[in-house]
Ligand binder design. Structure first.
Ligand SMILES: [Zn+2]
Ligand SMILES: [Zn+2]
Length: 259
């Protein structure tokens, strides 16, 4: 049996969850075909950690950003650091950034102001955005539209909307990323979304250590499990896993500017 060629477009490998066994986690990822990974910053400290990891691990790239949960902590000094980090050679995207009106850990106005600022930064440095959006699709898409997100493109990470929302994201020039929830028995609109998104606008991710796919729920998620999510998406689309995985990896490389 051949191994699919996968790109985990959203992982938090530098989080404390992996501190004890990251080499083994990466070995299992590579054995499962996950040759490339993007490790995602959520504040200044984790953005710096993401860059440090990408600098020492082949096949790992970094993104820098302020998660909406952390927006309240991000003062001007923090944003200035993110701007400086955004120019690092292994940084291929600005994220994760966005709005989360489900948990509302930062005030909404602060989340919105931070998202606008970081989207403008992405346009200044010419790198795509990685968008976290929970219970805030209308507000997020309005800000992305207003901020001309199409000029840099980006990924709607862990997409949680329906086909109508997916269509609006595609119209803005965004790519859709499916994560573990597409494998759940209660996947709601996600199977339909998996069938709907055009082949050149789709990627997959783990969001590890969060959101493990079916069969690993309740455990720590890790990149090797991406194959479960990818296999489910391929099944829903009526494609072979190998062909679909290769194309999704090419989509990610093209968007992120990875050769
Ligand atoms: Zn997120
Ligand atoms: Zn994340």
């Amino acid at each position: 049996m051949s191994t699919p060629e996968l790109f985990d477009t959203h992982a938090h490998l530098h989080f404390p969850d992996f501190v004890d066994d990251l080499p083994a986690v990466l070995e299992r990822a590579r054995a499962a075909g996950v040759a490339r990974l993007l490790t995602i910053g959520t504040d200044v400290a984790t953005s710096e950690a993401a860059i440090a990891l990408a600098a020492r691990e082949a096949g790992v790239w970094a993104s820098v950003g302020i998660h909406p949960h952390d927006a309240a902590e991000a003062d001007d000094a923090a944003l200035a650091v993110i701007e400086r980090l955004a120019g690092s050679p292994r940084v291929v995207a600005i994220g994760e950034i966005g709005l989360d009106f489900f948990r509302n850990l930062s005030p909404r106005e602060t989340q919105e102001r931070t998202l606008r600022w970081l989207l403008a930064l992405a346009r200044r440095v010419g790198k795509p955005v990685l968008i976290h959006c929970r219970d805030a699709h209308a507000e997020t898409l309005a800000i992305l539209d207003d901020g001309h997100v199409g000029e840099v493109g980006g990924i709607m990470h862990c997409f949680s909307g329906d086909v109508a929302i997916a269509r609006r994201c595609l119209d803005l020039g965004l790519t859709i990323s499916l994560a573990g929830p597409v494998t759940y028995p209660n996947a709601r609109a996600l199977p339909e979304v998996a069938r709907f998104v055009p082949a050149d606008r789709l990627v997959v991710e783990t969001d590890c250590p969060y959101l493990p796919p079916q069969g690993h729920r309740g455990q720590r998620n890790e990149p090797a499990y991406l194959v479960i999510t990818a296999a489910r998406v391929a099944e829903l689309r009526g494609e072979t896993l190998d062909a679909m995985a290769a194309r999704l990896s090419a989509n990610a490389c093209g968007l992120l500017g990875i050769p």
